[in-house]
Each structure stands twice: as C-alpha cells, then as structure tokens.
Design a protein around this ligand. Structure first.
Ligand code: NAD
Length: 357
C-alpha cells in the first residue's frame, strides 16, 4: 500500500532545498519502485502570509494523516517582530508536540572528502560519527509556567521551567539505548545533575533503564564537560542522549565539527517511528534565493525518512551512497567548496545526486 509523505518546504532556502529532495523521491518512485504519495503543505512564515498562522489546521491534518513529514526550514527577518506565539518557529514546535515527536536523532558524520572543511585538526575529527539523541517535546522549551512578569518593585523578570517526568525520561532513554545497540553499544547521558534536580532525576532514570541493556556501556557526563570534550576529543563519543535544550546546543556544536551545517540531517520520531525529517540548519535568509544553498542535509533527511519511517533501508543506503559518490566526484556547493573542487549550484548538486542514483 502506498505511504504518504507530507512535504512542508517552509521559508527562506527551505523551498530551494526541498525541491532537490523531492527530485530524489521522484527518482526512487520512477526507477526503484518506491510507492509513496507526496502531498504539499504550508508551515512557518509562508503559512503566516497565506493563512495568518504558522501552523494552519490543514497542515496539521496533513501531517497527522501522513506516514512521514519532510520539512525544509522556517523563519526569517520578515516575521521577527511578531509576538513569540505567532512566529514561524511556533509552527515547528506545534508539529513536534502535536505529533508527539519526542525523539530527535541528529547524526554528526564527517565525510572523508570534507575533512578539511572542519575547523578542527584532521586528526581530531577524521572518522567522526556521532549520534545525538535529543529529547524534543519536554524540558525547558515547553515547561510551564513561563513568561515575563513585572515584580512589585517595577522590575521585569523572565522565567521558564525545566521539567521532566520519569516516563518522559524513560522513553527517550530507551530510544537511545536501542540506537546504541545498532551502533557500537556505547551511550553517554549528558545532564547537569550536580546543579539541577530535574537532571538528577534524569540521571537516576537513565541508569535504571540501563539495567535492561547490560550489553550497552553507559556513562554520564555534565553538559559543560560534554561541550568541552566535543571540541577536544569528539571521537570518544558514539551515542549521546540528553535533554531538549542541552541537545539543541550540543548538536549544533557537533554539527560544526563536520564542517558544514548544510550536510546534516535529522529525524524526530514518535513511539511508532512516524517521523518528521529536516535538515538541522535554519532557513538561511542571508543566502535565500541565490541558488547556492547546500541541499545535501535535506537529501540525507530523505535517507533517514526511508530508513526510520518507511523501513526502506536499502533505498536509504542508495541515497547515502549517491551523496558519497557526488562528493567523491569533487562537486561542492559554496559552503563546502575548497580549492581543487568544482563549485555547483543547489540545482546542479540535486541533479548530480539524482544522476548518481
Ligand atoms: P541558519 O541555520 O539558517 O544559518 C546559519 C548559517 O549557516 C548562515 O550563514 C547560513 O547561510 C548557513 N547555512 C545554513 N544552511 C545552509 C545550507 N543548506 N547551505 C549553505 N549554507 C547554509 O541559522 P540562523 O541564521 O541562526 O537562522 C535563520 C532563520 O532560521 C531564523 O529565522 C531561525 O529562527 C530559523 N531557524 C529555523 C530552524 C528550523 O526550521 N528547523 C532551525 C534553526 C533556525
């Protein structure tokens, strides 16, 4: 039976890169027997412009009815002065929480061809392959109460709440242990248990869940040390599991170890492996419309979609190999271009990957 993929291009470079990822899906439909129906929807700033809200009901209904969602990116200067509740990013957060996408898988993989693109020394990063499992629907980004209030003395005070229940910690811990089992069976849980009670509980629950996975070596690290270790000796990590905010920050740091934010995909999964797939970067308003954005992160998001939500592991592998072949041919978008390689546009990169398929 045909599966449905919701295509939500979003804003900025989102539509430019998603077009290239859709070409890949269409090629798989035409020549590799992939049975999927692609249905487009609006989210973010483009949805605000068309419908007055970053997450129209039709988009939520489409996402709920689909087996997987491919998203470009949301946001841009045009909508930055709107109240926080009406901004494009609320569309993304609404999809994540509305669909219960609590597990964010963010691989940071360094391709041998791009070792020079990293700001770290080649010997520190070559062969880097880390998977960060970030909790995505809880923690301080969603905790109540939150806001900005005025105190009796007239001074304003901003406040947010860091909150995790045992069940929230347990389910993300299980995803992380299962992920570690499919890799090299090493899991590092990152918290701030020395200062925050909430993450003291995090450490306790992760340790308890770990008893069900005796074959996985579990370690714990404070977040400040983890940030330092990521840039000092990143290859010590295999799978990292952490809270929403720590994961947000650490995964961007890990991303930069690989040279370009334009190369990295991500998945946000629910308990049944329905997922939303997107590049880890934003809408890059500074380069939108110039035809120079790197579409590889979005195309690799398609590979993750095939693997995790459609169980099409062989097709996922073929997409990843096509990306590797094109990099080996020396084709590079501007963000990863270096002397001796051939600079190509967004469309040319997409076409080359489709051809390599
Ligand atoms: P960004 O990731 O959009 O851009 C950071 C830098 O990386 C920019 O210089 C940009 O040109 C470059 N870059 C990003 N993607 C690239 C690609 N595919 N190819 C080449 N270069 C690329 O982050 P930002 O500038 O902090 O945010 C811009 C907007 O995106 C903001 O409105 C922000 O809220 C939004 N944002 C959205 C998401 C999302 O949709 N998931 C994530 C992060 C930021």
């Amino acid at each position: 039976m045909s599966k449905t993929i919701a295509i939500l291009p979003g804003d900025g470079i989102g539509p430019e890169i998603v077009v290239e990822a859709v070409k890949v899906l269409e090629r798989l439909q035409q020549t590799h027997g992939l049975a999927v129906e692609l249905r487009h929807g609006l989210v973010g700033g483009s949805a605000i412009d068309a419908c007055g809200t970053p997450l129209p009901d039709e988009t939520m209904a489409l996402a709920q009815a689909s087996d997987a969602i491919l998203l470009g990116a949301v946001g841009g200067h045009k909508w930055e002065s709107l109240p926080i509740e009406q901004r494009p990013e609320k569309g993304l957060l609404g999809l994540r929480s509305g669909l219960g996408l609590f597990a964010n898988l963010r691989p940071a993989l360094l391709y041998p061809e791009l070792v020079e693109a990293s700001t770290l020394k080649p010997e520190v990063v070559s062969g880097l392959d880390i998977m960060i499992v970030r909790e995505l629907t809880g923690g301080i980004y969603f905790g109540q109460p939150r806001g900005i209030r005025t105190l009796d003395n007239g001074e304003r005070q901003g406040f947010n709440t860091l909150v995790y229940s045992e069940s929230e910690i347990e389910r993300i811990a299980r995803v992380a242990f299962e992920t570690a089992r499919k890799r090299s069976r090493r899991l590092c849980s990152v918290d701030k248990a020395n200062v925050l009670e909430c993450t003291e509980l995090w450490r306790e629950v992760v340790t308890r869940v770990g008893r069900d996975y005796p074959d996985v070596e579990l370690s714990h690290m404070y977040v400040d040390n983890a940030a330092m270790q990521l840039v000092r000796a990143p290859k010590q990590f295999d799978v990292i599991v952490t809270t929403n905010m720590f994961g947000d920050i650490l995964s961007d740091c890990a991303a930069m170890l690989t040279g370009s934010i334009g190369m990295l995909a991500s998945a946000a999964l629910d308990a049944d492996n329905k997922g939303m797939y997107e590049p880890i970067h934003g809408s890059a308003p500074d380069i939108a419309g110039q035809g120079i954005a790197n579409p590889i992160a979005t195309i690799l998001s398609v590979a993750m979609l095939l693997r995790y939500s459609l169980a099409e592991d062989a097709l996922a592998e073929q997409v990843e190999q096509a990306v590797r072949r094109v990099l080996a041919q020396g084709l590079r978008t501007a963000d990863i271009h270096s002397p001796g390689t051939t600079r190509v546009s967004t469309t040319q990169m997409g076409d080359a990957i489709v051809a390599a398929l």
